[in-house]
Every structure is written in C-alpha cells, then in structure tokens.
Design a binder for this molecule. Structure first.
Ligand SMILES: *Cc1c(COP(=O)(O)O)cnc(C)c1O
Length: 582
C-alpha cells in the first residue's frame, strides 16, 4: 500500500487487524490472541546477540533475545523477532593495557538474509528508506530493517537524535515490515523501552483505520508485554518534545494518538518507560528478585507491578554436547530441554567420574577457542586436564565488580598457588566508559607486579559468544559477584552451572531464585566481609574439586536447584502461560 506521496505505508485495517473479531471479543469480555503462523508471537529488540547470523549485541539483553528465538524454534512456537541489522560492529583489542575499539562493516547478504522490499519512515524533515530483510528458521524468523547509514548498536548519545532515529526506525519500520510479510502480531513483547515505537505504530494503525481510539488503546494494551531489565527508572535517558516533532509525530496518522502521546510529556521531556507502561498492560521482570524490587511508577504515580519471568538460556546452544546427551539419556531434561518431573531423582546417576570426563571434553573446547585469543601478554594459552581454572566473564561494568578478587592480591595469589590455579577474566568495557577502562588498567598493573599472578591471571579482551562458550565449558569455578540488588538476572552464571562449574556468587539476580545453600554463596554486611567470604569460597571450591564425594554432592545440589531456572524452555513456557492463559 502506498500513501498519497507514492510511498509505502500501512495497509488498510481490514487486511491487518480483525476488527470484527475484535469487537466480538470485546463483547464476550475477552480478547483473542492465539498464536499461529500468520499471527506469530512477535519479539521486539534493539539488541540481538547472534553472531552466527551476523548480529553482534552488547551483552545480556541481546543474548537473551537470541536464546529466546532459538528456544521458540525448538518448541515449534510461531515466533518473529524484529531487530535492526547494524551495518557496522565494534570489536575490542588491548594495546598497552588500554582497550581499543575497532569498527568493522557487516554485510547481511553474507548471513543468509533475503531482501524483502523497502519501507519508508519519516524522519527529521525527510524520508528514510529502510531495507526489510528476513531469515527463516523453522517456526521462527528474524525480520530486520537496515540501511547503510543505520550506524552501530548504541552509537551516538543516549537521548540523542541518532538513537531516537534507530528506535523509531525499528518501531515504525519494523511494524511496516510485518505488514509487508502479511503477519499480524498475536502479541508484541517489547524487550526494553527502546522498542516502544512498535506498539505505538500498532496503536496508530488501529486508531487511524476506523477503530475507536479508546478501544484501540485497550486492544494495544492487552496485546503488549513490556519486559523490563533495568532497576531504576531515574537512570533512563529522556527525549525532548522537539525531537519527537522531528522523528515521531510525522509518522503518526491519527490525531488522537498524537494528542495522547503529547499529553504524556512531562513538560518538554519524556521517558520512554513512562509511555511504555501506558501502552502495555502486561509487564514482566527478568528474575523473581528483580520483579519485586524494580522501582517504576506510572504516570499517575502508582508503583508498577512486574510479573517475574526469570531468564533462561538455550541449553542446546550453550551446553557441551556430552552433557546434553547425558541429561537427555538420563531423562533429566526432555527433548526441548525442559527438566522432567523427576529430574531430581534422575540426577542421581551423575557421578564424579562423569563430571571429570565432561570437564576434560570441555577443556578441549576451551583450548580450541583460546588458540586464536591471546591474553594481555600476547600469549596463547593452553590448559592441561589437571589445571584448575576460575573464570570471571561478563561485561566490565562497575556493579559486577570485576576487580573484587584483586583487592587483596596476596590472598588471591595464595589461593591460586595452593591449588596451581589460573584465574581467567574476560569482559568488554563499554565504548567511552573511562572509569572501567581505568579500573581494568589498574587491575592489570596489580597482576603484572606479582610474579605468580603475572603467569596465572589472564585477561582476554573482546568477550563474545565464543569466549563465553569456551570458558563455561572449560573452567572449574565461576565467580559472579554483582553488588546485591543491582543485577536484574544475569545469564553468564547459568552457562557455568549448566556446564558443571561450581558457582561462587552473591545472592542476586536470577541466582536469588534459588536457595543460598545450593551454591557457594558470598555475603556479608559490607564489602570487606564479602571480600573475605569470596576468598573463603574460592578456596572451598578448589577443595571440593579435589574430593570426589564433595564434587558429586555439590554439583547435584546446584543442578537440582538451578536446572529449572536455567532452562530456556521453562522461560518460554512461563511467557506462554502468562500471555496466552488457558
Ligand atoms: C551470556 C553472555 C552475556 C550475558 O551476561 P550477563 O551479564 O551475565 O547477563 C553477555 N555477553 C556474552 C558474550 C554472553 O555470552
């Protein structure tokens, strides 16, 4: 459908939304939203971390999106993930202790995407033409919008024009792309507020095609899920009315929607969370603790309630094949990796011998990954079967405390020396995060000064999926020490637990879905106490690995508690139960 300027725009309502069904449903007092091939579960995300398909994200948000789609594929759920294809990406390397960003072009044609057509959105006084591309995977697909000047993920300032352009392009362009492909969303899951404009595009379409405005609001609200990953609303960037005048309002057809949106401004500014809450009646947080403590208010000032749907991982993707084969054969998990009803008893077949055998296979995976990834000294690492490895790998952000284990270098050295152990750090510093760049530099200086640490602590730059996979398969102990209350969920630790590493962790994020007694818990009334306990737990973890009985016991305990938390199929089922109640 082309609009009066001869540009592609929205199709008329009767082709898109089932107005009659809608009115019938309203009369019956409930709204239908069954999923089918033409009415898929739609998942909107500004970030996807899926390197096999040419899209590299920044961290957990994108990893979660990729895992969610893959799990939907395994479960046969009709599912469309809508995300930008960024024509350029950042890779990091280390030079003289400082992190250097490198920008590399990426071509979607090399990753099996098919060009569908172009759609146009209005932006900054002109028209922007976006390529719609698509890649199908059984019951699921990735639909992307892109153009040569789309930029990189999170390029430009948050709250800046370029970010707003990217978000508007994903929302309005992505919604037009769905229509182009003949799809109607059964549900729209908004993976964080940067995807708000997709729900706005739907509201506008309904309201400008004959549906009563208030009914259009009800309809959109009932079919939109806002998934929150952030703890505090205050930290969110704002956009100015003046920016909306240039990028958002020109894309709206309905005067009522324009007025509705304008009224949501707090003076001259708007936070996308406040309007996302208005447009989505369904809201979820990403762990039990997070859903409870996320502090959000709606425009009326009332505290927003979030339904807890703890993140999970695609076990097929992240867990060593030997372990998956064992878990399926022992009926610990079913064919889609959902824990069986008697998985606890079935876990009894796990022995220390098996765990050690898995670890030997995991170490081969790790060595393969490390062959192309020198550490801070330019050295290629290769580990033997009997080497002992602690691993800490996650984005280098302050609250995750990558430097905690290095506060007392003498004590760290003693632990490592006692057990002939290595400590591997992998992490990415956000572009422009000078505080964390500086912390990393200091940490590496501490390491370089000590002759033992120098050869047993390894920093691997450019943390990505390959390193995540290699390290979770090949390590013995995972260290996860966010400041309690600040991790929304975290999924790195899940990869470790599923690959049979012992977990040394603070009780935060998704870890707090389980009991403190089921893993090596780090706690204390202040950071000094936590630090002391971290070292105690690291020592304890190394001792557990030296004793078959303890190893078997601890590993079973961890898996019994966390398998259901970790399972991506469990997460998807939780979402389906919440979105499509029987
Ligand atoms: C799993 C993974 C993450 C997720 O990190 P969390 O902070 O634990 O959620 C980030 N980046 C990569 C490359 C990963 O593999």
């Amino acid at each position: 459908m082309k609009d009066e300027d001869g540009q592609y725009f929205y199709h008329p309502l009767e082709n898109i939304e089932d107005v009659d069904i809608f009115y019938e449903a309203v009369e019956r007092g409930h709204l239908t939203k069954a999923v089918s091939e033409e009415r898929p579960y739609t998942y909107w995300t500004i970030e996807l971390y899926d390197q096999q398909n040419g899209i590299r994200g920044g961290g957990g948000l994108g990893i979660l999106a990729a895992d969610t789609r893959r799990v939907a594929e395994q479960m046969g759920v009709p599912f469309a993930l809508i995300t930008p294809f960024y024509p350029s990406e950042v890779q990091q390397k280390l030079e003289n202790g400082a992190v250097i960003d490198e920008h590399k072009p990426v071509d979607y044609k090399k990753f099996g995407f098919r060009f569908v057509d172009k759609v146009n959105i209005k932006c900054n006084g002109g028209l922007c033409s976006l390529d719609v591309i698509e890649k199908k995977f059984k019951s699921t697909r990735i639909i992307s919008i892109t153009e040569p000047n789309f930029g990189e993920l999170y390029s430009g300032m948050s709250g800046g024009d370029h970010r707003l352009y990217q978000e508007v392009a994903l929302g309005f362009g992505g919604y037009a792309a769905l229509k182009l492909l003949g799809l109607k969303p059964a549900i729209m899951q908004l993976n964080e507020v940067a995807t708000f404009f997709a729900a706005l595009a739907r509201l506008d379409e309904l309201a400008s095609n004959g549906m009563d405005f208030y009914e259009a609001v009800v309809y959109t609200r009932k079919h939109t899920l806002y998934t929150n990953h952030t703890l505090v609303q205050a930290a969110e960037a704002e956009f100015a009315l003046e920016q909306f005048e240039r990028f958002v309002f020109p894309n709206l057809k309905s005067p009522a929607v324009k007025k509705w949106l304008r009224d949501k401004f707090d003076g001259e500014h708007i936070k996308l969370s406040s309007v996302t809450i208005e447009i989505a009646e369904l809201r979820s947080g990403v762990s039990k603790l997070h859903a409870r403590v996320a502090n959000y208010r709606d425009i009326a000032g009332n505290k927003v309630k979030f339904k807890a749907v703890t993140n999970g991982i695609d076990m097929e993707y992240w867990v060593q094949p030997e372990i998956m084969q064992f878990m399926r054969e022992a009926e610990i998990v079913d064919a889609v990796d959902y824990p069986t009803s008697n998985y606890r008893e079935q876990l009894d077949t796990l022995t220390a011998d098996k765990i050690r055998e898995f670890k030997r296979a995991g170490r081969r995976v790790l060595n393969k990954v490390l062959a192309a990834r020198p550490d801070q000294n330019g050295q290629i690492l290769r580990f033997n079967e009997d080497d002992f490895i602690f691993d800490y790998r996650r984005r280098f952000v302050d609250y995750k405390r990558p430097d905690l284990a290095f506060r007392d270098p003498v004590r760290l050295r003693n632990i490592l020396e006692n057990h002939g152990a290595h400590y591997i750090l992998a992490g990415r510093v956000h572009a422009g995060d000078n505080v964390m760049s500086e912390k990393l530099k200091n940490l590496l200086e501490v390491v370089a000064k000590d002759d033992y640490l120098r050869t047993h602590v390894h920093y691997l730059p450019d943390y990505d999926e390959a390193l995540a996979l290699g390290l979770s398969c090949g390590s013995n102990v995972a260290v996860n020490v966010p400041i309690v209350g600040l991790e929304a969920c975290g999924t790195s630790w899940m990869k470790d637990v599923a690959n049979m590493n012992l977990l040394v962790s603070t009780h935060d994020g998704g870890v707090a879905d389980g009991s403190m007694k089921s893993y090596l818990n780090v706690s204390g009334k202040d950071e000094a106490e936590e630090l002391d306990m971290l070292y105690q737990r690291m020592e304890e973890a190394a001792e557990i690995w030296e004793n078959d009985f303890d190893l078997e016991y601890s590993m079973k305990l961890q898996l019994m508690e966390f398998l259901p938390v970790i399972s991506g199929a469990r997460m998807m089922q939780d979402y389906l139960d919440y979105l499509f109640p029987k």
